[in-house]
Design a protein around this ligand. Structure first.
Ligand code: AHM
Ligand code: MG
Length: 340
């Protein structure tokens, strides 16, 4: 799919539907068979269906837990499970997705063995699940890879570095529902208009500011941080107007919400390794990589503290990584202390 970077004299595309945007991308590539377009449209459809459920969450007897734990040991909320099934069904429908890997499932799920099924999708169906029952923003995160061989997909096919993503994005169920997507160049945001049932282009060509005096981290973990992160934590809170300190702290506890705010406003989000989570807490395949892909395409940075997230060679589906992402200068500040 072609990515639009609007030229100086081009008319604004604000108000364009997500479907038209995706379709126009295909029309720009006459050789395209429409599989990728169809796949992205199915993800958008799933986002609408999940929105409908999330918006009625207090009413429709879908709050609470299922009494089970998922592949990474978290308690499964009913909405988690519903969102997972909704995405799996939507992705399986048109036989363009060979298999999917979800936070909610231990193994990959084969969705189609048709010749047309040459994509793989990774997703976190409902990120921030501890926030579902208290009406705080939650989200869906996704990434799309190409399956580069004939025959059924295997688990190894999913162990690709994030730089090989064909597309990635997320849906935030916040004060409105927004769908943010990139194929690696421009990043665009679409806002759901429930009165017409469409995502409409509202944030064209998002660029992250180079710096902003905001930091986002779970301060409750401070005693478990490394000495370097502790020093950074002191530095951001110290008074020094010449460097706009102290910085403001914002932490929702939903990666989608914290990273979305960081993308639009700037600043830094960090979930570093600590003594409780020596590998970090967030999952590489369906949390860190899609956000790293979006952030980099918007001019930002995503690192583990020692390496670019998109360069990591994964070794397991549910692998965790430390994640520091945001504005270039804010991330540099973090690294100066963390690695100093
Ligand atoms: P989830 O995918 O099970 O919802 O958990 C991941 C969430 C992220 O959205 C968020 O950044 C992080 O966990 C918050 O963790 P903590 O509560 O330790 O601050
Ligand atoms: Mg998550």
């Amino acid at each position: 799919m072609e990515d639009y970077e609007p030229g100086e004299h081009e008319p604004s595309r604000i108000g364009l539907t997500l479907e038209t945007y995706i379709l126009e991308g295909m029309l720009g590539r006459p050789e395209a068979r429409g599989y990728f377009t169809s796949l992205l449209n199915q993800i958008a459809l799933a986002a609408k269906l999940v929105t409908a459920r999330v918006r009625r969450a207090g009413l429709a007897n879908v709050l609470g837990t299922t009494g089970e734990q998922n592949a990474t040991g978290d308690v499964v909320q009913k909405l988690d499970e519903e969102a997972n099934e909704t995405l799996m069904r939507a992705l399986g429908r048109r036989h363009h997705c060979a298999a999917a890997a979800s936070e909610e499932e231990e193994d990959i799920r084969i969705l189609s063995t048709a010749d047309s099924a040459n994509y793989l999708v990774v997703f976190d169906p409902l990120d921030g699940s501890s926030n579902i029952d208290v009406n705080i923003s939650i989200g869906t995160i996704f990434g799309v890879y190409r399956k580069d061989h004939d025959g059924p997909a295997t688990m190894e096919d999913f162990l690709k570095p994030g730089r090989e993503l064909q597309a990635a994005g997320y849906v935030i169920y916040g004060s409105s529902t927004q769908f943010v997507i990139t194929t690696g160049k421009a990043v665009h945001g679409f806002t759901y208009d429930p009165s017409v049932g469409e995502f409409l282009l509202s944030h064209e060509n998002i660029r992250i500011p180079d710096h902003h005096p905001t930091y986002s981290i779970n301060e409750g973990n401070a005693a478990r941080w490394t000495d370097g992160v502790k020093r950074w934590g002191e530095w951001v809170k110290a008074e020094d107007p010449s460097t706009r300190r102290p910085y403001s702290m914002r932490y929702v506890g939903t990666l989608v919400a914290d990273a979305h705010r960081t993308l639009l406003r700037g600043g830094v989000f960090a979930y570093p390794a600590d003594t409780k989570s020596p590998e970090g807490k967030l999952r590489l395949l369906y949390e860190a990589n899609p956000f790293a892909f979006v952030l980099e395409a918007a001019g930002g940075v995503a690192t583990t503290g020692t390496e670019r997230v998109l360069d990591i060679q994964p070794t397991a589906l549910h692998q965790k990584v430390p994640l520091i992402l945001g504005s270039r200068r804010n991330v540099e500040e973090f690294l100066r202390f963390a690695n100093g």
